[in-house]
Write a protein that binds this ligand. Structure first.
Ligand code: GLC
Ligand code: MG
Length: 248
């Protein structure tokens, strides 16, 4: 078998069912040894919050780490500085201070903790009841000022503002090019809104059985034969998907 590029979100995708995670970790470790497969985590968490989870759940070290919804990339999880080439791609059309000034006009947006803000990600909490209206108004306020910004809403509470060139899906494409791995040999796994970009390319997509409503709704509207919605949740759903796509 040729090398597999295995990409997974963490919270409520890889992590959530400890016994299934232990089983999956074993399979992934074997796959990496046998076929030189690559393991990548693509999380909404900052590097700081990633490290807390990695330690608590004894996550196996990845070959690359995509944090902060695709706005930072690391090739060594012990590294402190994110990849400069990726940062350069993100900087196009982005002006952090100006974007914050526009978002500050909306009192419904509550800033997330400082650890979750970075040069290319501005994150808020936003109540679900008003989310549609506020996102629409914020989007048009931004585009009126010439900013084409990505607004990503997840789990009925988190709103991320990202550069047009940055999200988890685009970060995976960047890695595929760097490692020369085809979309057919790539599987991406997720459970919520910030994973949708992972499923928009040609890669094989696995949605865990416990996925959030916003992702299930997107799946209903965009079903295709590269996507698989698992019956099982969390790492159990990933094992199911790896078998379904013939990787195990
Ligand atoms: C993680 C991040 C948070 C982000 C959310 C959704 O929880 O810590 O900043 O808003 O993912 O992407
Ligand atoms: Mg998740």
């Amino acid at each position: 078998m040729s090398p597999l590029l295995f990409v997974t979100d963490l919270d409520n995708t890889l992590v959530g069912d400890d016994p299934a995670l232990a089983k999956l970790n074993q399979q992934l470790t074997n796959h990496r040894e046998k076929y030189s497969s690559k393991i990548v985590y693509a999380t909404g968490r900052s590097l700081y919050l990633y490290r807390l989870l990695a330690e608590a759940k004894s996550l196996i070290p990845p070959d690359a780490l995509i944090t902060s919804v695709g706005t930072e990339m690391y090739f060594d999880q012990n590294q402190e500085q994110f990849d400069p080439e990726w940062a350069n791609i993100l900087s196009q059309g982005w002006d952090r201070d100006e974007i914050i000034a526009i978002a500050n006009q909306f009192s419904e947006l509550q800033s997330q903790p400082k650890s979750e803000q970075n040069p290319f990600k501005i994150s808020y909490y936003l109540a679900e009841a008003v989310s549609e209206e506020i996102i629409t108004r914020l989007k048009s306020a931004l585009s009126d000022q010439g900013y084409m910004i990505k607004l990503i809403y997840s789990a009925g509470q988190d709103l991320d503002l990202l550069p047009q060139n940055g999200d988890k899906g685009l970060a995976v494409k960047f890695l595929r090019q760097r490692w020369n791995i085809t979309a057919e040999q790539t599987i991406v796994c997720g459970d919520s809104g910030n994973d949708i970009s992972l499923f928009q390319g040609q890669e094989k997509g696995l949605i865990v059985g416990n996925a959030k409503p916003e992702l299930l709704q997107w799946y209903e509207d965009n079903k295709n034969d590269k996507l698989y919605l698992a019956q099982s949740g969390y790492a159990g759903g990933i094992l199911e998907g790896l078998k379904y796509f013939g990787f195990l």
